[in-house]
Design a protein around this ligand. Structure first.
Ligand code: TPP
Length: 561
């Protein structure tokens, strides 16, 4: 029998969950937890803003696929975590956020730094707990990890009042760590029916999403694709499930897809959606997405089946097990006519990159960066034009290499997520493609990057604008530019150096390519400022609310628009 406080017990249970690193910020209501953390074997990364801590944890979780942990105090600590928690919910990232709360007797009194963290996080978590006694932690902590990792992963909040952290109890035995529940297997008749539909299809297309990556099913996917000659597109979060240079890979679908990709989906007679949720950025006007296609939809989350598109066949099951079964069940095929048609559409409507050789061109800087990186480098992005250029042009070769805020679209994601990725995957370089608007949203984490000496390089596509907003104002608001141009542009190179980060400006460089290569070869954190022409737009673009076939721009010849 051992006597422990609630805080010590929490840390002990976190250790048993194999938590190696926690990102967070201490404050009055989580100081007992921090006291116990200091005495534990867990490494702490002191973020400079709780949103940064949340995204550092997300970076770790997205790279490893395992739940990662962040700490915040009550009140503003908890509210600062909300965006990262909501982001994890929409992108199905396993996250456990442990927040301090005012003592139980003060809950509901508007006490100093009291906020209803439980209430605030109901709609943005898979589950949340307000812990009412130290003994409850024995169930709550393993349960939080089980829930975060089970089925479709997601965030869980554990809100622990300060007096519960201080409450001493006698512990006989510690519970087993919480692990993911077994996943539902597909029914044999569903697999047989899906295989028959695929075999019978003339123009099938696979659309793969984050669910394929979460299921660790990339290898099986490849076998399936090769055996049945299945052209495969990816959602923004599915990039990396199939390597960019696989002959059947069509690239990203949707709002900023290559024209050919959207046109191929337009012509398909069978759509097999694997671990996708028919997000509007992928489908455009959902009613007009894949208009002539029967749909097979496989997802581990039953609530996704029929939510946006009614499938001909919905399979609620582990995407990995379903893919394994389908890879056996389908007949080998070569589909010569469909393959020829796809080759033709791709030749006629390719993704047009304006100046891929110019390092000061958006595509050019992404391609040049990729060219000097090892193939296992990890890429994070912020949100905006640079994110879409990177999604179009960065050659992803493997799952969990591409970390981006897809569902919530959170500016400020890139830098802290990159720090988390580097902490989780030491030895692999991490690149963060950012914009000058996004970077400022969590710039303070440069201090964390220096303190942890992580190998993170920020490649800053600096157009002195909120570029994606400017683009929408140009295209859909009659060129009325309000609040999308920065009139006071910070000197990012000087700022980075002020944090102790090495920094280079490609605008001043005599040989930008050589400077970029040198910058990326340096160990530790670094920033490369890349001046980008503010008039550059991301094309093609499906107008908001439009059907994917109605994309504008990005045609090889103006007459095709
Ligand atoms: C937190 C947050 N606030 C606002 C937005 C809306 N938004 C989407 S893209 C964008 C502009 C991003 O600018 P920047 O980071 O400079 O990237 P660029 O588009 O110029 O590449 C804005 C304001 C957002 N996605 N996230």
């Amino acid at each position: 029998m051992k006597r422990m406080t609630g805080a010590e017990l929490t840390l002990r249970l976190l250790e048993r969950q194999d938590v190696g690193t926690i990102a967070g910020i201490p404050g009055g209501c989580n100081l007992p937890l921090y006291d116990a953390l200091g005495a534990s074997g867990i490494r702490h990364v002191l973020a400079r803003h709780e949103q940064g801590a949340g995204f550092i944890a997300q970076g770790m979780a997205r790279v490893t696929g395992r739940p990662a942990v962040c700490f915040g105090t009550s009140g503003p600590g908890a509210t600062n975590l909300l965006t990262a928690i909501a982001d994890a919910k929409l992108d199905s990232v396993p996250l456990v956020a442990v927040t301090g709360q005012v003592p139980r007797a003060m809950i509901g009194t508007d006490a100093f730094q009291e906020i209803d963290t439980y209430g605030l996080t109901v709609p943005i978590t898979k589950h949340n707990f307000l812990v009412r006694s130290a003994a409850e932690l024995l169930d709550v902590v393993p349960d939080a990890f089980r829930i975060a990792a089970s089925g479709r992963p997601g965030p869980v909040v554990i809100d622990v009042p300060k007096d519960v952290q201080n409450e001493a109890i006698d512990i006989d035995i510690l519970p087993a760590p919480g692990r993911a529940d077994p996943l539902p297997a597909p029914r044999a008749e569903d697999v047989a029916r899906a295989a028959a539909m695929i075999d019978a299809a003339d123009r099938p297309v696979l659309l793969v999403g984050a669910g394929v990556i979460a299921a660790e099913a990339a290898q099986t996917l490849r076998r399936f694709v090769d055996k049945a000659a299945l052209p495969t597109a990816a959602t923004l979060l599915g990039l990396g499930a199939l390597p960019y240079d696989h002959p059947r890979f069509l690239g990203m679908v949707g709002m900023h897809a290559a024209r050919s990709t959207n046109l191929i989906l337009e012509e398909c007679d069978l759509l097999v959606g694997l671990g996708i949720r028919f997000d509007d950025r992928a489908t455009g006007k959902a009613a007009e997405f894949c208009p002539g296609a029967r749909i097979i939809h496989v997802d581990v989350d039953a609530s996704e089946l029929g939510k946006i598109k009614t499938p001909t066949l919905g399979i609620r099951a582990d995407v990995g097990a379903t893919l394994r079964a389908l890879a056996c069940a389908v007949a080998p095929a070569s589909r010569p006519a469909w393959t020829r048609r796809i080759a033709r559409l791709r030749a006629e409507h390719p993704l047009v990159m304006r100046a891929p050789d110019d390092p000061l061109d958006p595509y050019g800087i992404i391609r040049h960066t990729a060219a000097v990186l090892p193939p296992d480098a990890i890429v994070t992005t912020d949100v905006g034009q640079h994110q879409m250029w990177a999604a179009q042009a960065f050659p992803c070769t493997r799952p969990r290499q591409w970390l981006t805020s897809g569902g919530l679209g959170t500016m400020g994601f890139g830098l802290p997520a990159a720090i988390g990725a580097a902490l989780a995957a030491p030895g692999r370089p991490v690149i963060c493609f950012s914009g000058d608007g996004s970077l400022l949203m969590n710039l303070q984490e440069l201090a964390t990057a220096v303190e942890e000496n992580v190998d993170v390089k920020i490649v800053l596509l600096n157009n002195a604008h909120l570029g994606l907003v400017r683009q929408q104002q140009e295209l859909f608001y009659g060129g009325r530019y309000h609040a999308s141009r920065f009139h006071a542009e910070p000197d990012f190179v000087t700022i980075a150096r002020g944090f102790g980060v090495r920094a280079w400006d490609l605008g001043d460089a005599a040989d930008p390519r050589a400077t970029l290569a040198r910058a990326l070869a340096e160990p530790g954190p670094g920033l490369v400022n890349v001046p980008i022409d503010a008039a550059e737009n991301v094309y093609p673009m499906v107008p908001p609310g439009g059907a994917n076939r109605d994309m504008i721009g990005g045609a090889r010849h103006a007459s095709e628009c």
